[in-house]
Ligand binder design. Structure first.
Ligand SMILES: [Zn+2]
Ligand SMILES: [Zn+2]
Length: 358
């Protein structure tokens, strides 16, 4: 009993002195300094080594608001650079939290011009410029991308001028802060967007009618491959251009859940939302259809992203994924922000990590 009394007493003294120490400015400064050091020195340079093709989900959601997920964004890392496919709103925040080095930006590719795919374009351009990008930002997309780039450029013109005036041209050179629209016209159902001998990027048409144009992208790098569907129904071109790919990132909408949301909107008298919930059901693919696409294309791994709606918990995820198992029992992952795949060159292996854990 006496021993416990002493133990308890010592513990209490330690806790109280610890709490008092935390109130001391010198101790607070040391702790903050340590945090700053850790954050500033800890850039994930290993993501850019030449031994693998890598991909990170920088946004797994769609327009519906959800905690902890940005709207559509995929980051592909190859040959020392990173490429962003869709700058969905809040995705730039993710890239900042993961300390992705701006100097390594390769280009942006847009799939179509719904706001959940390009809402952060202005922020992405501004933040990478401010953080030391070395050249203007190339923004590839189907016809229409010039209008989008011109619009963001106009909206950010005052801010860009403020930054240069405040920090000086040597640091924030307006020529480097520009975006360059690279409008790509499809030849038939596809077009080669980039090909430097190692990395080849192919754009292909998908079906997001009545939205035209809408495209997906395939990245091939030293024998490894990643496909991003963009927004689409189950469509033949995605199967064709995903043939034998290592990973297919395919959008997914649960008609089951969205139908319930439609009914509930009607019940609560929100006719505007009811109409939208009805309309969106026919221009996306269900998780089961995405699994069929993955099977028919013989891809190794299917990652569902652009989740409509993104499941907030495990039960909702089970409902979202209901029926997928009977179509494709393995090689399916429900995406989340930070999910990363490493695909080593000269190998058939791939492994996952979570950038939030770094
Ligand atoms: Zn979308
Ligand atoms: Zn869309």
């Amino acid at each position: 009993m006496k021993r416990y009394f002493y133990l308890f007493g010592t513990l209490a003294v330690l806790l109280i002195s610890g709490a008092l120490l935390l109130q001391t400015p010198a101790v607070q400064d040391t702790l903050v300094q340590r945090e700053i050091n850790q954050r500033m020195s800890n850039t994930p340079e290993d993501l850019f080594s030449d031994d693998a093709l890598r991909v990170t989900l920088c946004g797994s959601a769609a327009p519906m608001p959800i905690k902890g997920r940005a709207a559509a964004c995929v980051m592909v890392m190859a040959g020392g650079k990173f490429y962003i496919i869709d700058t969905g709103n809040r995705s730039t925040n993710n890239l900042g939290l993961w300390r992705i080095p701006a100097a390594r930006v390769g280009a942006v590719f847009l799939t179509h011009f719904h706001s959940d795919h390009m809402g952060d374009l202005g922020e992405f351009n501004m933040m990478t410029w401010a953080q030391g990008r070395k050249a203007p930002l190339d923004v590839y997309g189907p016809v229409g991308v010039k209008q989008v780039v011109d619009g963001f450029t106009l909206a950010y013109a005052l801010d860009s001028a403020y930054r240069t005036a405040h920090h000086g041209e040597e640091y924030l050179n307006p020529a480097i802060g520009q975006m360059i629209a690279k409008e790509i016209a499809l030849q038939g159902d596809s077009a080669t967007v980039l090909d430097d001998g190692n990395l080849k990027v192919t754009m292909f048409a998908v079906n997001h009618a009545p939205i035209h144009p809408a495209v997906g992208y395939r990245f091939d790098y030293k024998g490894r491959s990643i496909v991003i569907s963009g927004d689409t129904t189950k469509v033949e071109t995605t199967i064709t251009y995903s043939k034998d790919a290592d990973i297919l990132f395919h959008e997914g909408l649960s008609r089951n859940i969205v139908k319930q949301m439609e009914v509930e909107s009607g019940n609560t008298g929100n006719d505007q939302l009811k109409k939208i919930m009805f309309d969106i059901q026919d221009y996306h693919a269900s998780p089961i259809e995405a699994a069929e696409v993955a099977n028919e294309a013989n891809v190794k791994e299917l990652v569902l992203y652009h989740l409509v709606p993104a499941p907030p918990n495990k039960v909702a995820e089970w409902v979202f994924m209901r029926g997928v198992d009977s179509v494709r029992s393995s090689g399916v992952t429900v995406g989340y922000d930070g999910l990363t795949y490493v695909l080593p060159i000269d190998s058939k292996e791939m492994y996952q990590e979570d950038l939030n854990d770094r």
